[in-house]
Design a protein. Structure first.
Length: 312
């Protein structure tokens, strides 16, 4: 006579215990290393003189570190700031308060999802350079150059608007459109540097007719940002346009005019748009935006139309 046993009762208590223990170990490892990642850089690494933008406002003692970092477009934050799970993110262009507790969120410092100008490195950029080199008169010289640019820029009037309005207040959100061949124009870089240390600046690249596949567009944007922000130029002058003044992610390529209109409409609190396309101007004015149109004529030297207009 053959006895038949129930297969469900063949597992011994020891096997069940081992299975439970293994499951617990796997669950712990999954939580520890996947769901709740720890910062990959030690705290001491953030205190070394590396190409990392400092958390606090730069002082005269940190001039060497800032000089090494302001031309680096890709390394704008420490390793732990790239995690969005298990820790709070820290935008690279945000200059957090000195007493900020890194375990708390920085969302209260944002305005409609945008880092306000007063909380950016660009807001205190000129002041910090002036403290380091009082003899250079950085603020005074830039104020004169900026006044000349304002005189040219705000001499423009929007179509069908005869009355000129005063410039927006310092720290206002402004959007400037440039073109694919403009990245290396020194006149444009200087103009954007002066605007970026006075306003919360966003730069749109008109990619209409650029062609190519999405991968080629991404490669183009990367090279455009590097060239415009002087990323690969060692020993560049402090007052050249760089990633402390204009964060790389604020240079955006848009392949259609409708895309530029949509971007501006979704960006909260824009007080001024500077563009070279009258069609875009008319479309934005329908929604109550203030737009200035600059001439698109480019000289034989390949200068940017906007750069040559603002700095003849």
């Amino acid at each position: 006579m053959v006895l038949q046993t129930d297969p469900t009762q063949s597992s011994s208590p020891a096997a069940i215990s081992i299975t439970i223990i293994l499951f617990a170990i796997v669950t712990y490892l999954l939580y520890k290393f996947v769901l709740s990642p720890e910062p990959t850089e030690p705290t001491a690494a953030r205190n070394t003189t590396s190409s990392v933008i400092p958390h606090a406002t730069p002082t005269s003692q940190s001039s060497t570190r800032r000089a090494n970092s302001h031309n680096n477009v890709t390394s704008n934050a420490t390793g732990d700031e790239y995690f969005s799970c298990g820790t709070h993110r820290h935008p690279s262009h945000l200059d957090p308060p000195e007493k900020w507790d890194r375990s708390t969120s920085l969302s209260k410092y944002l305005s409609s999802g945008i880092v306000p100008f007063r909380s950016t490195h660009a807001a205190g950029y000129e002041t910090n350079l002036q403290k380091e080199s009082p003899e250079n008169e950085v603020i005074s010289n830039n104020r004169k150059d900026r006044a000349r640019i304002f005189a040219k820029l705000f001499s423009l009037t929007a179509p069908d608007h005869g009355k000129k309005k005063p410039p927006p207040n310092r720290g206002a959100n402004i959007v400037v459109t440039v073109y694919p061949m403009d990245a290396g124009c020194k006149k444009l870089q200087k103009a954007l540097m002066l605007l970026g240390t006075y306003y919360n600046l966003f730069v749109l690249v008109d990619g209409v007719g650029l062609g190519g596949k999405p991968k080629e567009h991404r490669e183009f944007v990367t090279k455009f940002r590097e060239e415009m922000l002087n990323a690969n130029k060692e020993g560049s002058e402090s007052m050249h346009l760089n990633s402390l003044i204009l964060p790389p992610h604020r240079i955006i390529l848009l392949s259609t005019s409708a895309g530029r209109v949509a971007f501006v409409r979704q960006l909260s609190g824009v007080e001024l748009i500077v563009d070279g396309d009258e069609k875009v101007t008319k479309e934005l004015e329908r929604f109550g935006h203030r737009v200035l149109v600059y001439p698109k004529v480019v000289g034989g030297d390949g200068s940017s139309a906007l750069g040559k207009f603002l700095i003849p």
